[in-house]
Write a protein that binds this ligand. Structure first.
Ligand code: UDP
Length: 245
């Protein structure tokens, strides 16, 4: 198993298509996988948070964002390409359509998850949308939510509660849900429902998607402080590698 270790987080090195093929085989074989799409914010959230770090250690972590791919290059653990949450979710939905998989959506605002379910049903008619629920619930409702998911027996569970909460949530309830593939997808339902637009292609190509998000949602600036901190931590790590070699 190929792993690129970035600031202690084990990223899988498969490219996009290989990742989709690998996960598809696991789902078909009934093997369980918790997929985490990790960007620099997620990596920084795991520094000093042992509970979250343990969640990432048992998950299948993919590089969500060009920052991770560059960091891997600097640290001499090359990753082929990025595997973003919304793209991986879309590719898995294509497989669900081809194979008649069952799909459950948890998270985002009520009207957003409803719209996402409608969009996915129209786009992937052979995939079975077996359940969806918004993500604004408290702890007293969790047992019923987990039971609902378990009773619907989905093949794919997409959880959009934002990182790191979504991945801690999957990890906490993992054993009771019996789902082959569970994945935290952040703001992907908002994108699929058309509430939030992804950056235009040219911004994506120039690797400036993070800047576009910041300009559209300036309230994210505090969270995006993780990006320069990530760069500084990677440079420190590179420096340490140099001194040691
Ligand atoms: N969300 C939710 N419940 C909450 C808080 C957030 O369902 O208590 C949803 C929110 O509506 C959004 C997603 O979680 O759809 C998080 O989106 P964000 O863009 O913040 O996630 P990121 O991709 O940055 O982790």
């Amino acid at each position: 198993m190929q792993v690129a270790n970035i600031l202690g987080i084990p990223f899988r090195t498969r490219g996009f298509e290989e990742t989709v093929a690998y996960l598809t085989d696991r789902i078909e074989a009934g093997q369980r996988t918790h997929v985490v799409t990790a960007n620099p914010e997620v990596v920084m959230a795991a520094q000093g948070n042992l509970r979250f770090k343990a969640v990432l250690d048992q998950a299948y972590v993919v590089p969500d964002g060009i920052g991770i791919v560059y960091a891997a290059r600097w640290l001499n653990h090359p990753l082929r390409e990025r595997v973003t949450g919304v793209e991986l979710m879309t590719a898995l939905m294509e497989q669900a359509d081809a194979r008649g998989w069952r799909v459950y959506l948890l998270g985002a605002a009520a009207e957003v998850v409803e719209k996402t379910a409608a969009v996915l049903s129209a786009r992937y008619p052979q995939a079975q949308l077996v359940g969806w629920r918004h993500g604004y619930f408290d702890q007293t409702e969790e047992k019923a939510i987990v039971e609902d998911i378990a009773s619907k027996r989905p093949d794919l569970l997409f959880v959009a509660l934002g990182a790191p909460r979504q991945d801690e949530w999957i990890n906490t309830h993992w054993d009771k849900m019996n789902v082959p593939l569970a994945m935290g997808v952040g703001g992907s339902f908002d994108v699929l429902a058309g509430v939030v637009k992804r950056a235009p292609l040219i911004w994506q190509k120039l690797h400036l998607e993070w800047l576009y998000r910041l300009l559209k949602q300036p309230s994210r600036w505090r969270r995006q402080l993780a990006i320069p901190m990530f760069v500084a931590a990677v440079l420190r790590e590179k420096w340490t590698q140099r001194v040691q070699s």
